[in-house]
Design a protein around this ligand. Sequence first.
Ligand code: NAD
Ligand code: UDP
Length: 315
Amino acid sequence: MRQSRRILVSGGAGFIGSHLCDKLLAEGHEVLCVDNYFTGWRRNIEHLVNTPRFEVMRHDVTFPLYVEVDDIYNLACPASPIHYQHDPVQTLKTSVHGAINMLGLAKRTRAKIFQASTSEVYGDPTVHPQTEDYWGNVNPRGIRACYDEGKRAAETLFFDYHRQHKVRIKVARIFNTYGPRMHPNDGRVVSNFIVQALQNADITLYGDGSQTRSFCYVTDLLDGIARLMATGEDFIGPVNLGNPVEFSIRELAERVIALTGSKSKLIYLPLPSDDPKQRQPDIALARRELGWEPKVALEDGLKETIAYFRTLLAS
Ligand code: NAD
Ligand code: UDP
């Protein structure tokens, strides 16, 4: 097998995708970044454009793509509620048609394909922490359904292409991940709170802030994805990748204020509908099969992310 592989990263100009492009290029591979720039940013990949092994293609994954590749990482999909709810039909098409097109490409080229699934497949979970065998509690008609059900249908497609066409799949359910290169207007909680704190603006807590999330730093996630892609044919997932240390959203706000030295005040806004009350990954499977667990503490990851946004806001 060639050491240097031709790798397609869909959603490669996004937050996680751009870090993945960096990592794969640093390992010596050829990377084809495919993105329609819906939530991605050229700025995230502009440091790579003069790298000979890097190529960018503006393309919407809801349309077929004919390229020759060895591996595919399917990350194309808006991930923040405000963005995936902006055009819900397009969000669902991106997950479903995007999966069909990327799986069709994997089938033709015999590429191994990674799917960025999500903790949202568990919906507002009644099992806590969430294990991979839990089927979830998703409102199929709610405002999050375009994302949640799209990702669930994508998982169905991945497992059916595997069973029916023997496509080599790897499926990870990613829990809330944060770090540099999140978009400042992304709307997700970590970027919102840091940008608000750095501007001494009100910190917007939705609901009473008692809902919980578990935050994984992006380098930990990439390590988990790499280990999953390196597993043998018999392990395909789905496997939870996330940090099991759980915080309330109010605690997160207080930490961000303390770390930024901000004068911001907490304000309380209505909780969006179907907002999950609690979320924490059970990572026993990842520990066992991948030998993986997150290493970066929230405080350290937040410091890196705050430094990134400080520079960005000053530029
Ligand atoms: P992001 O919004 O920064 O990146 C998504 C990228 O996909 C963007 O560059 C966007 O322009 C691109 N894209 C969207 N629709 C497209 C389309 N139709 N065709 C081509 N490109 C398209 O989000 P992210 O946080 O980097 O998330 C990456 C992936 O990981 C997503 O699939 C997301 O669902 C998944 N995920 C992320 C998290 C998280 O906490 N960050 C959690 C669970 C799952
Ligand atoms: N949230 C908040 N204020 C914000 C943005 C988000 O209180 O400015 C809350 C949101 O209601 C949710 C949690 O933070 O309970 C995480 O939201 P995010 O959009 O980051 O991700 P998700 O809900 O998809 O986990």
